[in-house]
Design a protein around this ligand. Structure first.
Ligand code: 5GP
Ligand code: MG
Ligand code: MG
Length: 197
């Protein structure tokens, strides 16, 4: 058991299990992107660790770029607007591999989809270490999923709770005994409508 800020977390997914998922995805990427010189696009902050593990196993030529999605309440009536900070390189005609730590509602992907289409990429595919099918609200296909997980709040391997926990080499999940607080105060720094990091 570990404590981050005010909340307790329990061990959930081992480093070995994570590495196995990463190796499987990497083998597929090596087959699918042989001779394509893809651009890996790591979505900060959460994907820094999985991106490094995936990219170092890629055997062909590739480029690497990181970017951060900034979300805020926009002036448009539909509410949230997301812009991609730090993505200056031209991507026209390129094969992009988006690397995510976790896909939850899919709202981040929705924003990315529009941005990448506007940049006229040849195509893009999504690598995500974790996927919460029960929370997913979008239709975008997720080609490379490491693991499907239940709708629990997790930390570790790049994922944080209010800034802490990113350095943990295995995944922890929120202990159920915290749940009464969550009902009262809402999820702790979870992605819903907050900055995707
Ligand atoms: P989305 O809902 O747009 O698919 O996910 C947005 C972001 O929410 C993710 O990139 C991640 O930063 C955060 N997120 C979603 N689920 C979790 C979770 O279980 N734990 C943590 N730490 N962050 C999460
Ligand atoms: Mg992310
Ligand atoms: Mg976060």
């Amino acid at each position: 058991m570990i404590q981050l800020h005010d909340l307790k977390f329990e061990p959930f997914i081992s480093e070995d299990r994570i590495t196995k998922a990463i190796v499987e995805i990497s083998e597929r990427l090596n087959r699918d992107y042989k001779d394509k010189t893809p651009v890996f696009l790591g979505v900060l902050n959460g994907a820094f660790m999985v991106a490094s593990e995936i990219i170092k196993r890629f055997k062909g030529d590739c480029e690497v770029v990181f970017a951060k999605l900034d979300s805020y309440e926009g002036t448009v009536s539909t509410g949230e607007v997301k812009t991609l900070l730090g993505l200056n390189m031209p991507l026209e005609g390129r094969h992009v591999i988006v690397v995510e730590d976790i896909v939850d509602t899919g709202n981040t992907l929705c924003a990315l989809d529009e941005i990448l289409k506007n940049k006229l990429v040849a195509d893009y595919k999504v690598v995500t270490l974790f996927f919460k099918p029960e929370a997913y609200l979008q239709k975008y296909p997720l080609e490379y999923v490491g693991m499907e997980i239940p709708n629990d709040f997790i930390v570790g391997y790049g994922l944080d709770y209010n800034g802490l926990g990113r350095n943990l080499s295995q995944i922890y999940k929120l202990k159920k005994e915290n749940m009464t607080n969550l009902v009262l105060f809402g999820p702790p720094g979870a992605g819903k409508g907050t900055q995707a990091s």
